[in-house]
Design a protein around this ligand. Sequence first.
Ligand code: ADP
Ligand code: MG
Ligand code: MG
Length: 648
Amino acid sequence: MGLLTQGKPLSWEETKKYAEYVRKHGILQFIAIYRKLKDRQDQYLRWGDEVEYMIVKLDHSNQKAKLALKAEEILKIMNEREEREGDKRASLWRPEFAAYMVEGTPGSPFGAANDHTAVLSHFNCVEDSMRTRRLEVEQLLAKDESLLCLTSFPRLGCPDFSVPRLVPDPENSGTGSLFFPDGAIFGGHPRFKLTLAQNIRKRRGRKVIINIPIYRDVNTKDPFLEHFNDEEAEDSARADHIYMDAMGFGMGCCCLQVTFQASNIQEARILYDQLTPLCPILMALSAASPIHRGYISDRDCRWSVISQSVDDRTKEELGEEPLKSCKYRINKSRYDSIDSYISEEGAKYNDIQLVYNEEYYKQMVDAGIDTLLAKHVAHLFIRDPITLYREKLDQDDEHETDHFENIQSTNWQTMRFKPPPPQSSIGWRVEFRPMEVQFTEFENAAFVVFIVLLTRVILTYRLNFLIPISKVDENMQEAQKRDAVSRCRYWFRKDIITHTSPPEAAACVEATGCPSESNICNSNLDESCILMSVNEIINGKGNHFPGLVPLLRQYLTSVEIDAATHCTVQQYLNLIANRACGNLMTTAAWIRKYVTGHEQYKKDSKVTDKINYDLIKTVNSIVKGETVCKELVGDSPFTKARILRQQK
Ligand code: ADP
Ligand code: MG
Ligand code: MG
């Protein structure tokens, strides 16, 4: 979750006073990085994933599954180990928003610094790296505790959801939540995360409001409307929605992210753009969070929950009141899909109004930054900093970047364009952020490898996936819906070969059984962008679109890759292909089926403690390799073997 800074966070009142100061210096810092590093070249691909986990306790005697607030204890041990082991460390562990969450990344990024072929063979290391991470933490857990990749914990915010047991204190707590106690927020660094939550609330002038449509079952109350004995909640909760009121409901969800280093700034900008249309598609495919605060929702993904949970816009910025003390109407939360493409090719697809700070924009353009990139940064910089440390105020703008990072890392968007950190040899990177996390290492590795491989194909064949950015936004809304893989359709580009594509690209498309002429980029936007299902996008649509998996398989025949890696990657692609066509279920669909099929489910959309316990116990046995869940991963012996390795 961005950079960690030591010290004591300032109050909101003080932070607000310094907002303009932070932005000003942030822009100077960005200009300095740009000037110094705009020509940095990195020959080889480097990349790494981030997996977030929840620490769960199974209370067998009471048949309850709870979240164990132990992250701090575990991270203390992990961080000591990291310091001792230095470069030899197998993994890195970082705090996340909640006291029951940890984030694990590989000890160092995949991809070799000096060898092209090793890049591909690293596809065969991801899953083991993830497995090692899990085992490292599991060794520190009690017998009835587990480390699980759950995107949303079904009973988060229900009474008694944590150990130790905490009771929310709406009157005296920082977030004022009726459901999510401050103690469930990660402690560490003098309550850094609590300050974040508190300041979002203070900036907005009221508590955050999260409403997610309820899944209507035959016995669900009609209308579904809870009563909270709290004025703010009564006003905020919408009929037929699950109401939540704290940052923890969103930032307390887990996800799966991938960061790639591009060979230079141009390539990073291309990847940032080209992967943008993939965000909703991969979100729908990885959907894993159908339940919130003990109720089944009509959404399968976490995205809008988080987006609402950190929405710090004031009524003026939201357009509910005329602009007086605020500067802009802002059409999205800080946590949302991106608003503009940043590569040259992307510019013509920027069709939504971009709110940006004109003064910073001009300053950056005057400093030699092109208009597209300057607008992107000036857009991020419409936000206020939400936490700040007195110790970090005074910065050397030529050599430090904390003020830039402050704003950058609290713009939580589907994609992130990351400049090189100061004093490092790291290059220009791009982060892919929309995916939900899957139960097993096999599945998480499949999603990560799929995306990394796709970047190789995009760059090698110079493909073009761009569609108007307003259509990506439409897709984001569709992608979160219940069973969005099977029930929704998405705008997607069908003609993806460009005039700069090498002949191999056309050959590759033809080898998938799709005529390459119809896949040459059409300058008519309306014709190039059509509605397709996830299945058609991933597996192909007759002679209209070759499909991403067939393209990747074809690409793999043209590169040097060792047999073992090849075999593993094929299994990953099988998983993605089968999820897309419905042969396998998404994690969200599987969770729904489990809950609604539970003998104690009363068809009232409620997920009781007992249902939750049985669900989490089953997930735990899947993760431990005691059960292979055919509906999620199929039943090939290869897959089974890989999942079973988890226990070793
Ligand atoms: P965040 O900005 O999300 O906090 P981190 O800096 O923690 O991201 O790293 C995210 C991922 O980037 C990790 O998987 C890490 O291995 C990977 N990574 C680190 N250095 C590089 C690099 N030079 N190029 C590509 N990925 C890198
Ligand atoms: Mg994280
Ligand atoms: Mg990240």
